[in-house]
Design a protein around this ligand. Structure first.
Ligand SMILES: C[S@@+](CC[C@H](N)C(=O)[O-])C[C@H]1O[C@@H](n2cnc3c(N)ncnc32)[C@H](O)[C@@H]1O
Length: 301
C-alpha cells in the first residue's frame, strides 16, 4: 500500500494504529463499532451540504457565506503548519475550504463512509496529500494531548447529546496551548421558531423543557440532538476550560423563509426575489438559529 505524505507521517507516529485504509482512501478502525450515540440518520444518510451550499434557494447557501467568513477570519492568524482536526466533515465543504487556505495537515472524521468518499472524490492529488479521512464515531477518536492547532466542528457536537460536555473536555486536552476550537451549535430560539411555524407542539415542549430536538426520521427511528440557550452554551464551554474569542450567528428567519417561500405557489424567479429580500437578515445577527463560537483555552490563574 502506497501512503501519501500525511498518511505516512501519522502512520509512523502511531496515530493510525488500529486503523486500516479501506477502498476509496478512507481510514477505518479494524473493527468499526459506531456507538449508540451516533444518531441513526448520521450513520445511514450522508449529508450533501457541499452541494446544497451552491444552491441559492437553500438555507445552506446563505449560512455557508457566514461560515466561510467566520472560519476564514479565525483561522487566518493560525500557522497552517499545525495539524487541524475536523469533526463531522460530511461531504467536505469545510475540508476543502481549509485545504484551499493552505493547511498542510488536515484530519477529517465522520461516521458516514459515503459522505467521506464523495468528499475525497472532489480533491485533487495535491489536496489528497494533505488530508487523512477517517470513518469513525468522533467519540472514539484518540490523539495525544496538545496535538492540534485547531479543531473545527460545525453542526456536529450537539448530536452527541449527553456526551457533549465530555467531548468538549477531550477537545480541550488535544488542543495546543494557543489552539482554537471553532464550533457551531443550534440555539433554542431558532429551533423554537421552526417548531412554532410548523405548529409542532410536541417539539415546542421537548425544546423548552428538555432542550432536545426530537425528529421522527421514519421506519420507527428517532433522532435526538441538543439545543442550547446562549448562556448554557457558554457555561458548557467554560466548564471544559474554554474562553470564547469570537461569536456570530446564523439567522433562523432566513432559513424559515427558504422553507416557506420554497413551498409557495410562485414562479422560481419570484421566489428568488422574495428570498433575496430576506437575505439582509444575514448580517443582522437577530433571531439566531446557530451560534458560531471560536474558543481558546481559558487562562488559569
Ligand atoms: C449537519 S452535518 C455537518 C457537516 C459539516 N460539518 C458541514 O458543515 O458541512 C453533521 C455531520 O456530522 C456527522 N456526525 C454526527 N454524529 C457523528 C458522530 N458521533 N461521529 C462522527 N460523525 C458524526 C454526520 O454524519 C454529518 O456528516
Amino acid at each position: 500500500m502506497i501512503l501519501h505524505r500525511l498518511e505516512s507521517k501519522l502512520w509512523e507516529s502511531g496515530l493510525l494504529a488500529g486503523y486500516q485504509r479501506a477502498a476509496g482512501g478512507v481510514w477505518q478502525p479494524e473493527r468499526l463499532a459506531l456507538s449508540q450515540t451516533v444518531q441513526p440518520h448520521c450513520a445511514t444518510e450522508g449529508v450533501s451540504l457541499d452541494e446544497r451550499s451552491q444552491v441559492e434557494m437553500s438555507t445552506s447557501f446563505y449560512e455557508w457565506q457566514i461560515y466561510k467568513a467566520f472560519l476564514g477570519q479565525n483561522l487566518g492568524g493560525m500557522a497552517p503548519g499545525l495539524p487541524l482536526l475536523e469533526l463531522g466533515a460530511g461531504d467536505g465543504r469545510i475540508t476543502r475550504f481549509v485545504l484551499q487556505m493552505g493547511f498542510e495537515q488536515v484530519i477529517a472524521c465522520d461516521c458516514n463512509l459515503g459522505a467521506l468518499r464523495r468528499l475525497r472524490s472532489k480533491l485533487g492529488p495535491e489536496e489528497r496529500d494533505r488530508v487523512v479521512l477517517i470513518q469513525n464515531d468522533i467519540g472514539q477518536l484518540s490523539f495525544p494531548p496538545g496535538y492540534f492547532g485547531a479543531v473545527i466542528a460545525i453542526e456536529v457536537l450537539y448530536y452527541l447529546n449527553e456526551g457533549y460536555e465530555g467531548m468538549l473536555e477531550r477537545l480541550h486536552q488535544i488542543l495546543a496551548p494557543q489552539g482554537l476550537l471553532m464550533h457551531s451549535e443550534p440555539l433554542l430560539e431558532g429551533a423554537l421558531t421552526y417548531a412554532l411555524v410548523a405548529q409542532d407542539w410536541d417539539s415546542v415542549r421537548s425544546l423548552c423543557h428538555e432542550r432536545l430536538k426530537i425528529e421522527d426520521i421514519g421506519q420507527g427511528q428517532i433522532a435526538r440532538s441538543r439545543v442550547f440557550t446562549l448562556t448554557e452554551l457558554q457555561a458548557a464551554g467554560r466548564g471544559a476550560g474554554f474562553a470564547w474569542r469570537d461569536l456570530r450567528f446564523t439567522p433562523a428567519l432566513n432559513s424559515v423563509a427558504v422553507k416557506q417561500i420554497g413551498a409557495a405557489a410562485l414562479e422560481p424567479e419570484a421566489k428568488l426575489e422574495l428570498l433575496r429580500g430576506v437575505r439582509q437578515l444575514l448580517d443582522s445577527g437577530q433571531n439566531p438559529r446557530c451560534a458560531l463560537v471560536a474558543a481558546g483555552k481559558a487562562q488559569v490563574d
